[in-house]
Design a protein around this ligand. Structure first.
Ligand code: F6P
Length: 557
């Protein structure tokens, strides 16, 4: 006998349609319903949604999901061909289709002691060779044998770069060189195109002992070129030598364009090269990271690469259901595409990670901030959310009010560090330990409050303390055992692979950034307009910009 349902049109099962239905079901529950309290099932759910890899622990239990959600998300990833695409990434396939090149940042951290996957061999060998050259330069500076134009040893590095040529090294420097005593030389980062970061350095650094690092993959980025020109003018003027002499003694170039470095005047022996197949925002591991090695030593830089490499191997070999980058990506895509949450906050509970939000903004938004798929068609769903954030405890005194009682739903990553090294003095250590404890307590309390709202208050006090906290802000806690080079390497590689997995789910090319180009071209023509005498702003068609140019020129006269 036919079942009564057999005549109905069969529902077409796709992982995506299934996920939409499942999302509707979960939206009807509160996060406190999902988290439950005290029951064995609730505890089992919390345990099943927490994962540890090395010194990283990630807890997804305050996300709006169940173990069933993870299974459905896994089906989705499989149906998108994640395993084969992951393999292709590591084998050097041309995954960056618009620019017809591979994306082999993983080769930059492949150790010489391990055989690389088939397809990556020559890339890994090239990176290892450049790493060796970089280590020699670092050693020359550390041993006091790198002399400036007037014969003095180097004490300070000014790293000039922007975007991917700045954010990664700066983040690692801030995280690991938090105490001046840990630095072998002083490193200063300059990125803003207006020269505002250079001016104070030119006032306080000794020009005779300052080495410039010009970090630019394309070697054409105006921000960096203009900063370097100003820095060279300063050194030349202060040391009373010409700029070519300054370049010979006090300039290192890092780029994928050796011919442009030579044309600029960077001596070949002071050029470090990485290839086109390492994207700017994935380039920390290449010689772009030289200033980290200068500041903290090659051993520390190697530990950073080791952490990233360990995460690479975990990502490459672990099944999706236990694969940390895949899980972080799937949970992120779940929030944005199925739960329609448009923004994602990155909230580090450690001042040393203050640049993590900015770093992840570039990594994620420049990669997957796109609306046209690899098939050339417009996507019909949300892709990368807007990322934003700040040091969590400072945010508590600024924007958390809106998150607790405003109208917007956000998702968040809380990032915390379990223990930090002390200092020599017992009394100070006790006080620092208390601060560490306080910070962790705040991190956990806020994560709880985000998810549960008023329900985070213990039952007995609820009547007294309930104040209309909305809760239902899904969040993950990323816990690092300590903030060391290995852990940061692993953490950043985790987020890199998150970006890749999401690009697979959304069928995007995460390795190009065509949307940033037009702005540069428009600025170039406006730059001419501003430089012209007499002013030619009448050519600017848009009346708003025309009147602004008029005012700017009036005030600059
Ligand atoms: O903003 C666009 C961008 O091309 C980024 O992708 C890149 O990291 C940054 O500019 C700097 O580029 P470069 O290293 O070529 O100077």
């Amino acid at each position: 006998m036919n079942s009564p349902l057999s005549s109905a049109t069969p529902r077409v099962y796709t992982p995506v349609s299934e996920l939409h239905l499942h999302a509707e079901h979960l939206q009807a529950q509160s996060l406190s319903d999902l988290l439950g309290s005290g029951s064995t099932a609730a505890q089992q759910r919390a345990n099943a949604l927490a994962f540890t890899f090395g010194s990283l622990h990630i807890d997804f239990s305050k996300q709006r999901l169940t173990t069933k959600t993870l299974m459905l998300l896994k089906d989705w990833a499989e149906s998108c061909g994640l395993a084969a695409k992951r393999q292709a990434l590591f084998a050097g396939a041309k995954v960056n289709t618009s620019e017809r090149r591979a994306a082999l940042h993983v080769a930059a951290r492949w150790p010489s002691s391990e055989t690389p996957p088939e397809g990556m061999e020559s890339a890994a060998a090239f990176c290892q060779h450049q790493r060796k050259r970089m280590a020699e330069m670092v050693e020359r500076v550390h041993s006091g044998k790198w002399y400036g134009a007037t014969g003095q040893a180097i004490t300070d590095i000014v790293h000039i770069g922007v975007g991917g040529s700045d954010l990664g090294p700066k983040l690692v420097s801030e995280a690991l060189a938090d105490r001046p005593s840990s630095a072998k030389v002083n490193v200063h980062y300059v990125s803003t195109m207006d020269g505002a970061q250079l001016l104070p350095l030119m006032e306080c650094l000794n020009p005779a002992t300052t080495l410039l690092v010009l970090a630019s993959k394309s070697f054409t980025t105006a921000d960096t070129q203009f900063n370097v020109r100003t820095a060279l003018a300063w050194l030349s003027h202060a040391l009373e030598v010409d700029e070519a002499t300054v370049c010979c003694h006090q300039l290192i170039g890092v780029s994928s364009k050796p011919e442009k470095m030579t044309e600029f005047g960077v001596p070949e022996a002071q050029q470090l090269v990485f290839k086109e197949w390492i994207g700017g925002r994935f380039s920390l591991w290449s010689p772009i990271g030289i200033s980290v090695a200068m500041q903290l030593g090659v051993v520390c830089f190697d530990a950073l690469l080791e952490g990233a490499h360990a995460m690479d191997k975990h990502f490459l070999h672990t099944p999706i259901e236990e694969n940390l980058p895949a899980l972080v990506a799937l949970v992120g895509a779940w929030n944005s595409q199925f739960l329609n949450i448009p923004t994602h906050a990155v909230l580090p509970y450690d001042g040393r990670l203050k640049s993590l939000p900015a770093y992840l903004q570039q990594l994620e938004m420049e990669s997957n901030g796109k609306s046209v798929g690899l098939d050339g068609r417009s996507v019909t769903h949300a892709t990368c959310p807007i990322l934003w954030g700040d040091v969590g405890p400072n945010g508590q005194h600024a924007f958390y009010q809106l998150l607790h009682q405003g109208v917007h739903t956000v998702s968040a990553d809380f990032v915390a560090v379990a223990q930090r090294a002390g200092v020599g003095c017992e009394k100070i250590n006790r006080s620092l330990k208390a601060q560490e404890q306080l910070t962790l307590a705040h991190c956990l309390a806020q994560s709880q409050l985000f998810a549960l709202g008023d329900d985070a208050i213990p039952q007995a006090l609820r009547g007294l303390m309930a104040q209309g906290y909305r809760g239902n802000q899904p969040n993950s806690v990323v816990l690092l055992k300590t903030l060391d080079a290995w852990s940061i390497g692993a953490l950043l590689a985790l987020y890199e692979h998150k970006v890749f997995v999401q690009s697979v789910l959304w069928n995007l090319n995460p390795f190009d950034q065509p949307g940033v180009e037009l702005g540069k071209r428009l600025a170039t023509s406006l730059y001419q307009t501003l430089a012209d005498e007499p002013v030619e702003y009448q050519n600017v068609e848009d009346p708003s910009t025309a009147q602004l140019l008029h005012k700017v020129n009036e005030w600059r006269k």
